[in-house]
Design a protein around this ligand. Structure first.
Ligand SMILES: Nc1ncnc2c1ncn2[C@@H]1O[C@H](COP(=O)(O)OP(=O)(O)OP(=O)(O)O)[C@@H](O)[C@H]1O
Length: 289
């Protein structure tokens, strides 16, 4: 896949297959290569229209295992639409999505075991405490009771929700950031291999943000892959090793952070690829009183 304005993307898989098996040789004497590992997430031509208007237009993306990809783009660019199709929550008009080689739409149960998802505007059962919600979620996911209990306690502790749990706070009473954190806990509970998180840092306090970053780094170091969407360019630059820029439903750039930045900042690349509008002097003049 290649972007515009000279930003050429790599799929992350080209030339990155597993190393040749030690000592193994083909009959011709050439080293035998193990089959190239599947990308952690591979989107090919994902397309979706709403009322005749393309929200996602042949979105293709390949995310390698062990990587953390930031998906950025203007409001209404098609990020959420693409991510929801990628994880099996929105049926595409065309295209495919695979998680570690498993087709999300053809083999949904298998794919969903591999996927942890924090959707936009997550709707949670609200008349439960966070702990009760995670217990219910774990059992729905087929985890045994002991595993569910142990992971629930650990997630509540790490995400600093134990106090709310001890006070019996219901999810409906949670703050926006707490809701985000319990949503993350539901995404992590079944130990997925691929995390797709729509704006995970939004409304999360700085201390919890550090915890989240540590979780994501540990997750990718163990070979899992993460895609996050975000509007915060410095955050993406600090956190992600790969970036995709999407605008008007199309992928405009995709590659390593260095490839997409092309020597400038990510914000500069974003503005260059997406365009920007200056406000005319007379606009909103009435605000001045
Ligand atoms: N269910 C829907 N029905 C109709 N139009 C929709 C629906 N969902 C998304 N759209 C439209 O599709 C386009 C892409 O929306 P999407 O939510 O994917 O953008 P986004 O990049 O996630 O935006 P933001 O950064 O503002 O969250 C927008 O024009 C939006 O109005």
């Amino acid at each position: 896949m290649s972007g515009v304005n000279g930003v050429s993307g790599t799929t992350g898989t080209s030339g990155e297959g597993p190393p040749a098996t030690e000592g193994a040789r083909s009959p011709e004497g050439a080293p035998v290569r193990a089959p190239a590992a599947s990308p952690a997430l591979e989107l090919a031509g994902l397309t979706k229209s709403f009322q005749g208007r393309r929200a996602a237009d042949a979105v293709s993306l390949a995310v390698p295992p062990g990587s953390l990809t930031g998906l950025v783009g203007p409001n209404g660019a098609g990020k959420t639409t693409s991510l929801m199709m990628a994880v099996g929550l929105l049926r595409p008009d065309a295209g495919t999505a695979r998680v570690f080689g498993v087709d999300v739409w053809a083999r949904p149960e298998e794919a969903k075991r591999l996927l942890g998802v924090l959707p936009d505007g997550l709707a949670l059962p609200e008349r439960l405490t966070g702990g009760e919600l995670l217990t219910y979620w774990g059992l729905l996911r087929g985890l045994d009771a002991d595993t569910t209990r142990a992971r629930t306690e650990e997630l509540l502790r790490v995400l600093e929700l134990t106090g709310a749990e001890e006070r019996g706070t219901l999810v409906i009473e949670y703050s926006t950031g707490m809701r985000k954190k319990i949503g993350l806990a539901t995404a992590l509970l079944h130990a997925p291999r691929m995390l797709v998180l729509d704006e995970p840092y939004e409304a999360v306090d700085p201390v919890s943000a550090r915890v989240l970053t540590a979780i994501l780094r540990r997750f990718t170091a163990a070979g899992g892959a993460v895609v996050i969407s975000s509007h915060v360019m410095p955050l993406v630059e600090q956190l992600c090793d790969r970036v995709a820029i999407i605008a008007d439903g199309r992928v405009r750039a995709d590659g390593t952070l260095a490839e997409v930045r092309g020597g400038g900042t990510l914000e500069e690349a974003f503005v260059r690829l997406v365009g920007h509008r200056e406000m005319d002097e007379g606009e909103l003049a009435w605000l001045g009183g």
